[in-house]
Ligand binder design. Structure first.
Ligand code: NAP
Length: 262
């Protein structure tokens, strides 16, 4: 299937590693020009080189701290300066810290609000004028299964991420009339550095990683963790021409972990 993404401009947040990287690579494989961003310049260089070599796509790497308004503005401004606009926003962030309610301070909540909620608000606000002008856009937010069902031990995520679904639904009709869709994907457990620092380090550490992750994998109906490229494929479809009638939706991608009916 030709997803109609050739030449489109895709900006992917928090994307030198993990789910952001998987999304950027999947979009580049479909012919999109991509902006990747993160704080660590060396990781960005390595990932940009990898995506360029594998796909031949044009990649812009921007160093930025996405928890600040200036960081978000910088990434959008540099994308527009280089590629002339933004067609696809894949919103992704470094994620809130771990922890249970009783151990979390006001400062923990404030930092998580910057990383999750304000980060989403700022990115959407910055790209909308560009999408509205061209009357076409795709916004895909990478959140977590905590939007649908609390995950044990991550109460910052449990408390804040469901609000992103509420906001997404609230703004969706106003975007639809300008040809802009907005959807969320909810990852369950994926093999990334957030789950284990060993993830993605090659065959030797991969054996140790599989042993470390075995109990977690056993609790997932399909019996394994997800590969970031599996999430990237879903993101690429939601960014496509074919997905024009899909908006205001949430898609869990979790190997069957969520047990609710809808
Ligand atoms: P990851 O592999 O650790 O990658 C995180 C990426 O975000 C890196 O490129 C990192 O680069 C960048 N980043 C972190 N903080 C940043 C900041 N302040 N400014 C700019 N870039 C930043 O993480 P992941 O597993 O892909 O997770 C991505 C998101 O999905 C997180 O919000 C996480 O909570 C959520 N999620 C993940 C899973 C999972 O199973 N992996 C499940 C549910 C939800 P730098 O550190 O160099 O900045």
């Amino acid at each position: 299937m030709d997803l109609g993404l050739a030449g489109k401009v895709a900006l992917v947040g928090a994307s030198s590693k993990g789910l952001g990287k998987g999304s950027a690579l999947a979009l580049a494989q479909e012919g999109a020009r991509v902006t990747i961003c993160a704080r660590t310049l060396e990781d960005l260089r390595v990932t940009a080189g990898e995506i360029e070599r594998e796909t031949g796509a044009e990649v812009l790497a921007v160093q930025a701290d996405l928890t600040t308004p200036a960081g978000v503005q910088k990434v959008v401004a540099e994308t527009v300066a280089r590629f002339g606009g933004v067609d696809v926003l894949v919103h992704n962030s470094g994620g809130p810290g771990l922890g249970r309610f009783a151990d979390l301070t006001d400062d923990d909540w404030r930092r998580a609000l910057e990383a999750v909620t304000l980060n989403f608000v700022r990115f959407v606000r910055e790209v909308l004028p560009h999408m509205r002008q061209q009357r076409w856009g795709r916004i895909i937010g990478i959140q977590s299964t905590s939007v649908k069902q609390p995950v044990d031990g991550i109460d910052l995520s449990n408390g804040l991420r469901p609000g992103i679904a509420g906001l997404m639904k609230a703004i969706m009709p106003g975007l639809a009339k300008d040809g802009i869709t907005i959807n969320l994907v909810l990852p369950g457990s994926f093999q990334t550095a957030r789950i284990s620092p060993e993830a993605g380090r090659g065959a030797e550490s991969d054996r140790a990683l599989q042993a470390e992750l075995a109990p977690l994998a056993a609790a997932i109906p399909v019996g394994r963790l997800g590969d970031p490229m599996e999430l990237g494929s879903l993101v690429a479809f939601l960014a496509s021409e074919q997905a024009a009638y899909i908006t205001g939706s949430v898609y869990q991608i979790d190997g069957g972990s969520i047990r609710s009916n809808v």
